[in-house]
Structure formats: structure tokens, C-alpha cells
Design a binder for this molecule. Sequence first.
Ligand SMILES: Cc1cc2nc3c(=O)[nH]c(=O)nc-3n(C[C@H](O)[C@H](O)[C@H](O)COP(=O)(O)OP(=O)(O)OC[C@H]3O[C@@H](n4cnc5c(N)ncnc54)[C@H](O)[C@@H]3O)c2cc1C
Length: 415
Amino acid sequence: MKRYSAFAIAREAFRFHSGWERAWKSPTPKAEYDVVIVGAGGHGLATAYYLAKNHGITNVAVLEKGWLGGGNTGRNTTIIRSNYLQDESAAIFELSRTLYEGLSQDLNYNIMFSPRGVLMLAQTEHELRAWKRTSHANRLAGIQSEMVTPKRIKEIVPIIETDGPRYPVLGGLWQERGGTARHDAVAWGYARGASDRGVDIIQQCEVTGIDKTGAKVTGVQTSKGAIKCKQLCVVVAGSSGVLADMAGFRLPVESMALQALVSEPIKPVLDCVIMANTVHGYLSQSDKGELVIGGGSDGFNNYTQRGSFHHVEETVRALIETFPVISRLKQLRQWGGIVDMTGDRSPIIGKTPVEGMFINCGWGTGGFKSIPGSGWATAEMLADGAPRDLAAPFSMDRFKEGRMIDESVAAAVAH
Ligand SMILES: Cc1cc2nc3c(=O)[nH]c(=O)nc-3n(C[C@H](O)[C@H](O)[C@H](O)COP(=O)(O)OP(=O)(O)OC[C@H]3O[C@@H](n4cnc5c(N)ncnc54)[C@H](O)[C@@H]3O)c2cc1C
């Protein structure tokens, strides 16, 4: 595939942009692959990319029922940070954050990574203690994060009201090297890189059944016919329970909608990401000027990929107290995605009860930031047939063995 460069843009300008190739191919599925990945979200595509790049495994298909990146990967609020509490999470999220730093160069695709800093407010004594504990844990894990005072917070975010009537700002956990990236570009960049290395990305191809001989997976039934495979990796976020059901087992996940909204575009007022977990809201400003606003997930299980009025009202009402400046803004649009939540708010990466079938799910409200690290770890697992150090703690067995990786403080609301 031709490289994108300033020179290529200049060359194409002279020939009316007629020479650009399609970013990825759209092949007809083959009858059989070594590896079939279900779900062309960021995690599925990154897995395919690192399988090809790091392990030379290219007889791979990524099957997507809609369009690539059309699931949560194209619906999230793009927060990237690695200041999680537990060592196992810190390892995979920090690898991810580090990979994000060089991802545009690696993929030769501008993913618009913007390390603008992520600030998590403490608005109760309890939260202050929790963030202090997290900052100590981060220091022990070699991850940059620091506690900041209300005075420093006001310097970082001049629009904030730190003396709110109900929840004054008592401090915050600041990760200066966190930030955002363009979500579609992450999916498109991985798709282009994987396709260039020989991976088949097949859109409009829904998996409707999983074929087994005894306890071993042999292939999948799809809307484009049967496809055989030696290994199957299911990476479908909120639809994970549906795919597990097809294979004959249950997953310890719940699916529910998580919503977000954007305001009309305004002049730059906010140059970091800020989260207020006590009141259930967070915001950042997009490059176009819109305020990107999100809150907690719906309080009931559902498969609805859309927003609701009560959610907008709750989230905006919560944020106005701390950010009165947003009170007169108009909302431009809202949407929802189906997230897959585990009991300990940590993901599942590992083998399943079906031989040859692997799963990557349970990233819940916070799996955009982990796409590179998760793809890296899942590719290692598929190449070896078993998870390596990075993924091993996240096996499904932990729920039987009581080995939880409790990130409920880090992930319950904040992303
Ligand atoms: C509103 C919102 C805000 C969020 N904010 C953040 C944030 O700020 N930071 C952060 O880190 N995370 C955030 N997240 C979470 C993050 O978006 C997800 O954890 C992440 O994108 C999951 O990626 P994925 O590749 O696993 O899933 P997805 O991107 O959902 O991809 C799964 C794909 O599988 C496909 N699929 C499903 N069933 C089938 C089938 N039967 N056959 C074929 N294909 C199938 C779907 O169509 C979909 O494209 C947010 C999520 C939402 C909804």
C-alpha cells in the first residue's frame, strides 16, 4: 500500500487526487482461515494488525456485521489514560497509552492523538482518599499521575467552579500524559494496516452461529455463508453474551447502553479532559469546538444504541454545578453504544470452554483507551494458543476463583 506523506499529498494535488488507493480491501470471504475474528471494532482490528505485524499470521479474517468502527469504537468519548488502581490493569493500560503515543507513525495514519491531560476531580472526602491511593499505586507501578490541589485545578481549568454548593472540588488526580485520539481514525488506521498485511476485513457479514465438533470450534455460520477456522476470537463488546450463547456457554457480563452528547461548537474553553465522578459527568472539547459530554451507563440491561432525554438532563444538570459556563449551550446531538460490564469492571481476555475459541470483552465503559494494548495481548494469545503475562490475569476463571481485579472505582463512571 502506498504510504501517506506530505509528498503524496502534493503529488495527488497535481493529479486531482485521482491516485489514492482504497484504504482497505473488501474481499469475498474464503472458505477457511487460520484465525477468524468476530467484530471489526478497535479491539478486533488491532488484534488482526498485531497478529500480522508481530507474529506473521496473515491468514486471518475479521467479520463485521455492520461497518468497521460502527460499534462502540465509533461512539465513545475517546478518553485515554492509564492511571488504574490494580497492577494488572496498569500494565495493559500503560502499554496502550505508550503505543498510542507512536501509533500515527506506526500505522502511517494520523490518529490525532492529543496528550492534553486527564483530570479526575475529587468532590468528596472519600473520593479524595481513593484518588490518593490510586496515585500511590500508580507511582509504584511506574505510571505518571499526581494529586493536585483546587488552586492548581483552577489554573488547569479556568472555567471550573471549585466552591460548588453541594460538591466543592477538594483535589484531583491529574495524568498529564493522558488525553484523546480520533476514534474513527484508530479503527481506520488499524484496518488499513491489517488489510495491507493480508488480513481480510469483511463488512456486512454477521456471525449467526458457531460450528463445533465435540467441544472444539470448527467455524462460523454467517450472513455470507459458512466459514471454517482453526481459531475463533470473539471481540464484539456489548454483543459478547449473544455470541457466547451461540457457542453454548454463559459469560459473566451485562450489556447496557452508555450515552454521550455534544454541544454546539464554541471557541476554545477547555484544553484537557475533566471527569467529575461524584456527580456522574465528564467533558472535553473536540477540535471542532463541541463540548463532548458523557455520564454513567443506563441503570438497566438493554441493547439500545441510542440516547434518551432523561440521561441528557441528568448528566448536564450534574455538570452545570461545577461548570456553570455550559448552562446556556445548545445540544447538537446525542447517541449511545452497548457496553459489556463485568462485576469487577475489568475485561475478560482468554480461552473459553470451547476449544480453539477465545474471547476479548468486558471493557465496559473504558475500552477505547486500551485498544492498542488489548490488541497486542490478544494477538500474543492467539499466536501461542494461550495468554501471555499481559492477558493471563484477565481470564474468565477469575470469577470462579475469586481473583477479582477490582477497578470499580476507576471505571464505574469515568472512562
Ligand atoms: C458513549 C460511550 C462513551 C465511551 N467513552 C469511552 C472513553 O472515553 N474512553 C474509553 O476508553 N472508552 C470509552 N467507551 C468504551 C469503548 O468505546 C469500548 O470499550 C470500546 O470501543 C470497545 O471496543 P470493541 O472493539 O471491543 O467493541 P466495538 O467497537 O463495539 O466493536 C464490536 C463490533 O462487533 C460487531 N458485532 C457484534 N455482533 C456481531 C456479529 N454477530 N457478527 C459480526 N460482528 C458483530 C459490532 O457491529 C461492532 O462493530 C465508551 C463507550 C460508549 C458507548
